[in-house]
Design a protein around this ligand. Structure first.
Ligand code: UDP
Ligand code: MG
Length: 138
C-alpha cells in the first residue's frame, strides 16, 4: 500500500551537515520526497508536535532539543512508507540501531538521534498536516 509519512531531520543532524546524506538514505530506501522545508520551531511548537509524549520524563528536554536549531521536515511517499522509514531510521537508541541505519550512522544518543519518523497511520495523520497543507504536497 502506498503511504505517506512524516520525517524530521533533527537539529543535531542539521548542525553536523548531514542533511544531504540522510536524504540520500531516504531515496535509496525507495522513499520519494512529496514535500520538504526547513524551519526553526519554538519550544511551544516542538512541545505541541510531541504532545503524545507529554507525560514522559524526557518531554521537556525533548521540546528544548527540537527547538535549539533549524530542522528539515519532509513528507515521504512510497510502498509501506511508514514501516520502510522506521526500518531505515533504526532503533530510537543508537546503541540498539542496526548497522547501516540512519541512527547508527548519525545519532549521538537516545535523545539526539538525528531523525524522526511517524510510527503509525494515526501519527502520520496528525504529523503531516501539522507542517504541510495539501497544496504543498506533490
Ligand atoms: N527520547 C528521549 N529519551 C527517551 C526516549 C525518547 O529523549 O528515553 C526522544 C528521542 O529524541 C525520540 C523522541 O524522544 O526520538 C520520541 O520518542 P519515541 O519513543 O517516539 O521514539 P522514536 O519514535 O523517535 O523512535
Ligand atoms: Mg515516536
Amino acid at each position: 500500500m502506498v503511504q505517506r509519512t512524516l520525517s524530521i531531520i533533527k537539529p543535531d543532524a542539521v548542525r553536523k551537515n548531514a542533511v544531504g546524506a540522510i536524504i540520500k538514505c531516504f531515496e535509496d530506501a525507495g522513499l520519494r520526497i512529496a514535500a520538504m522545508k526547513m524551519l526553526h520551531l519554538s519550544n511551544e511548537e516542538a512541545g505541541r508536535f510531541y504532545i503524545v509524549h507529554r507525560e514522559r520524563p524526557f518531554y521537556k528536554d525533548l521540546a528544548a532539543f527540537m527547538s535549539e536549531g533549524p530542522i528539515v521536515v519532509l513528507v515521504l511517499e512510497g510502498e509501506d512508507a511508514i514501516a520502510r522509514l522506521r526500518k531505515t531510521m533504526g532503533a530510537t537508541n543508537p546503541k540498539d540501531a542496526a548497522p547501516g541505519t540512519i541512527r547508527a550512522m548519525f545519532a549521538e544518543n537516545i535523545e539526539r538521534n538525528a531523525v524522526h519518523g511517524s510510527d503509525s497511520e494515526a501519527s502520520a495523520g496528525y504529523e503531516i498536516p501539522f507542517f504541510f497543507p495539501a497544496i504543498e504536497m506533490h
